[in-house]
Write a protein that binds this ligand. Structure first.
Ligand code: HEC
Ligand code: HEC
Length: 209
């Protein structure tokens, strides 16, 4: 039953992706020259944000990054500190930035928790929670947390726990709705997670690669 649901969701996602807007190929070098202002918050290497709740960008897949940049620019995704950062940028500029951050090596972090907590989180990540119809995260984000680049499913491994907690909570509370084209799959998953499960998953993901 759960598997069928997951497949249905993934098929919907596939359709949405095929009908999505095609974008220009990005040029990492052109992206780099625009990234000086971004580095002030996301770090020189895109992987050492000045605050752990500011996302790590290095090694994230290009398709996912491009979509998020478009949505920050249009206001579809809201984050106070990102407001205005992309003003005046063309589609090509956004594509260049996405290509640049995707080209940087992802940073390997350490899981910041005890073994028992990590084992509980790993069980959810790999197997979901059957009783609550929470689908296995690994089905979309890959067993190593690297995501699914062709589908634009984000890398979640190595991401800082503070950022992940904020995102899962925002999906759960319906504040982040950027999963609309994927049939609201993340809001569905997150709506059934408790604060504790979110915190444990986030601690686990920080060390996953
Ligand atoms: C003043 C600080 C600041 C600056 C400057 C800034 N960002 Fe951000 N950025 C943030 C914060 C904070 C978040 C997390 C938003 C959230 O919690 O939803 C974020 C999130 C992102 C994300 C989403 C990551 C994900 O995994 O979904 C992308 C992509 C991004 N920024 C790209 C950029 C780019 C490109 C620039 C430069 C043009 C830039 N940012 C400049 C603070 C900043
Ligand atoms: C059916 C596929 C699917 C499943 C299952 C799934 N995700 Fe996702 N996840 C996605 C997609 C697609 C996005 C990007 C949606 C968007 O654009 O907002 C996403 C986004 C995220 C993000 C935000 C990433 C960022 O950089 O901002 C986190 C964190 C996340 N998922 C964690 C999880 C966890 C933890 C689980 C399991 C409890 C899970 N996901 C299950 C597909 C899935």
């Amino acid at each position: 039953m759960q598997m069928r649901w997951l497949l249905a969701v993934m098929l919907c996602a596939g359709t949405a992706i095929l009908s999505g807007t095609a974008s220009a190929a990005g040029d990492p070098d052109a992206g780099k020259s625009q990234s000086v202002v971004c580095a002030a918050c996301h770090g020189q290497d895109g992987a050492s944000p000045i605050d752990p709740s500011y996302a790590m960008l290095a090694g994230q897949n290009e398709k996912y990054l491009m979509r998020q940049l478009q949505m920050f620019q249009s206001g579809e995704r809201y984050a106070q500190l990102m407001v205005g950062q992309l003003n005046g940028k063309s589609e090509q500029d956004l594509a260049d930035l996405a290509a640049y951050y995707a080209s940087l090596p992802a940073k390997v972090s350490q899981a910041d928790s005890d073994d028992e907590t990590l084992a509980r989180a790993e069980a959810i990540y790999r197997g979901g929670i059957l009783g609550k119809k929470v689908a296995a995260c690994s089905g979309c984000h890959a067993p190593g947390g690297g995501g699914n680049a062709p589908a634009g499913f984000p890398r979640v491994g190595g991401q800082s726990a503070a950022y992940t907690i904020n995102q899962l909570t925002a999906y759960r509370e319906g504040q982040r709705k950027t999963d609309e084209i994927y049939g609201a799959m993340m809001r569905g998953v997150a709506s059934r997670l408790t604060d504790t499960e979110i915190a444990e998953l986030a601690a686990y993901l920080q060390g996953l690669y």
